[in-house]
Design a protein around this ligand. Structure first.
Ligand code: CU
Length: 159
């Protein structure tokens, strides 16, 4: 009887030990992943709600044909207002035959998306897009054609 008991005990304990080690290893891997990869990444960027990261609409600002000529319409709509969580993803479309820029009058950054403004020129037929995540008002212009001016205002949604 006594022999049998000890036999079954020695038979189950290594399996139990392996199971325990597997659990410990699994938990450590999880902890290492959480502290080493997940946490730094989630702390690096401010937390922004899903509605703001994936707004329902894109808001298009047209750089109209003939925008290069002083006195013509340039950025249309010229004073645009967008709402966070609804239309804060903005696309400037260059429908003119001249390259233009979207350049803030003063250096402006969004804490999630970074510095605002096109990098270099937006070629005819091309676009510049930006995801705004904070309420602010930004006057901007075209670098090669400073008479081309516009304003984009980002507002909190009331809903
Ligand atoms: Cu221009």
């Amino acid at each position: 009887m006594g022999e049998k008991k000890s036999l079954s005990a020695t038979a189950t304990s290594p399996a139990y030990g392996i199971g325990l080690i597997a659990v410990i290893v699994g938990m450590s891997v999880g902890l290492i992943f959480y502290t080493g990869f997940y946490l730094p990444e989630s702390l690096a960027k401010p937390s922004v709600s899903e509605h703001i990261l994936n707004p329902e609409e894109t808001f298009v600002i047209d750089i109209v044909p003939g925008a290069v000529i002083e006195g013509n319409d340039s950025y249309v709509p010229n004073k645009a207002t967008v709402l966070l969580g609804i239309s804060n993803h903005v696309i400037w479309e260059n429908n003119d035959e001249t390259p233009h820029t979207v350049t803030p009058d003063h250096r402006t950054a969004d804490s999630y998306s970074g510095d605002f403004g096109s990098i270099g020129v937006v070629m005819p037929g091309e676009t510049f897009e930006f995801l705004f995540t904070e309420a602010q008002e930004i006057p901007y212009h075209c670098d090669p054609h400073p008479w081309m001016k516009g304003t984009i205002k980002i507002e909190k949604s009331r809903f």
